[in-house]
Write a protein that binds this ligand. Structure first.
Ligand code: HEC
Ligand code: HEC
Length: 299
């Protein structure tokens, strides 16, 4: 009997030890990924400074407000003591703002490559989507950012708990270090003609992060925010099949679907999208309607 307990003890002890080793391995691997340095060389860029470019950039930079705040002076994006504190920093040239020390190339490295000025990958920010920006959109966003009035706001760096780092390794939040999946070339693409057609709609979908939450094929997916419901199927295989163009525009502008569902702006950022132009929203609708009818993807 004593021998039995001794062996049981050894077995249980070993299982605990192996478990602890796996957890530690998962933790260390996230740490290494966060601390990895990327070298992204960008030749000197000529960023336009005329007022038309600045206004165009202001419109595109609406995509940044959901996280960085309406005045882009920084905002807490997600905070939970057990998991993490995700803070999008101040982008203005005020105290604590990155705009104070950023060059044209630094802006492009952060937005287009997902790499910070210090060489580390940017956490959470969807640069994988911004990598689809046309050259014109990318450069005019920078034109606009350079004109931001200074706002003093010292934002704290992001913080991930031990537990969060283990979860990141297990893929619980999806792709949180976009620099890992971006192909780091500087072949900026030509601009897509602004028109309410499917081609422009696809472009807007690709830069707006719809695939981040609604899945690669837009038929549903896992959302980075652990509190959020899964992203809906927005191909004609879902409710969209029955929606008219004006139903879709109303949904994006008001957050209320034709079925009467109220979309929570924290999970589905319709408030940001509601500032898109009519042409942009109707182009998205045309593109989504043109997609194959897919069954809901179960995340
Ligand atoms: C989903 C949220 C989100 C969106 C959308 C977003 N960002 Fe960020 N951004 C962040 C977070 C979080 C950080 C801080 C990440 C870190 O410290 O690793 C950050 C960091 C940055 C940085 C600083 C990098 C550095 O060197 O420290 C810049 C510049 C930046 N964002 C620009 C933009 C611009 C421009 C847009 C719009 C085109 C944008 N962001 C959209 C979340 C977001
Ligand atoms: C940060 C995550 C996120 C992003 C980015 C996002 N969505 Fe959503 N969306 C959601 C979630 C989550 C739901 C489901 C909400 C619910 O079930 O309450 C949703 C629901 C919807 C619905 C309602 C579908 C239905 O059947 O009721 C539409 C339409 C929609 N999204 C379109 C879009 C479009 C278009 C984009 C890109 C321009 C986009 N979403 C980007 C998270 C997101």
């Amino acid at each position: 009997m004593r021998k039995f307990f001794k062996w049981l003890g050894i077995i249980i002890g070993s299982v605990i030890l192996i478990f602890a080793a796996v957890i530690l391995f998962l933790y260390i691997s996230t740490n290494n990924r966060i601390e990895e340095k990327y070298t992204i060389n960008i030749n000197k860029l000529n960023i336009p400074e005329d007022s038309v470019s600045i206004e165009q950039g202001r419109h595109r930079a609406l995509l940044c407000q959901g996280c960085h705040g309406d005045d882009l002076a920084g905002k807490v994006v997600f905070s939970s003591p057990a998991i993490c504190e995700i803070i999008a920093p101040n982008l203005t040239p005020g105290n604590g703002g990155v705009g104070k020390k950023y060059t044209n190339e630094d802006w492009v490295r952060a937005i287009y490559h997902g790499v910070k000025k210090n060489g580390n990958a940017v956490l959470i920010m969807p640069s994988e989507d911004f990598h689809n920006f046309s050259k014109e959109d990318l450069f005019t966003v920078v034109s606009f950012l350079k004109t931001l009035p200074p706002v003093d706001n010292e934002t704290k760096p992001c913080r991930l708990t031990f537990f969060a780092k283990v979860l990141v390794s297990l893929g619980a939040f999806g792709n949180v270090l976009n620099a890992e999946t971006i192909e780091h070339t500087n072949n900026f693409s030509e601009s897509v003609h602004i028109d309410s057609n499917t081609k422009f709609g696809k472009y807007i979908v690709n830069i707006s992060g719809c695939r981040h939450c609604h899945g690669k094929q837009l038929n549903g997916g896992k959302v980075p925010n652990p509190d959020s419901p899964p992203g809906a199927n927005i191909t004609p295989g879902g409710n969209l099949e029955k929606w008219s163009e004006s139903d879709f525009i109303t949904t994006i502008r008001t957050g209320k679907t034709p079925e009467g569902k109220l979309l929570n702006p924290v999970f589905m950022p319709w408030r940001d999208f509601s500032k898109m132009s009519d042409t942009e929203i109707s182009a998205i609708y045309k593109y989504l309607k043109y997609l194959p009818k897919l069954k809901k993807f179960d995340a």
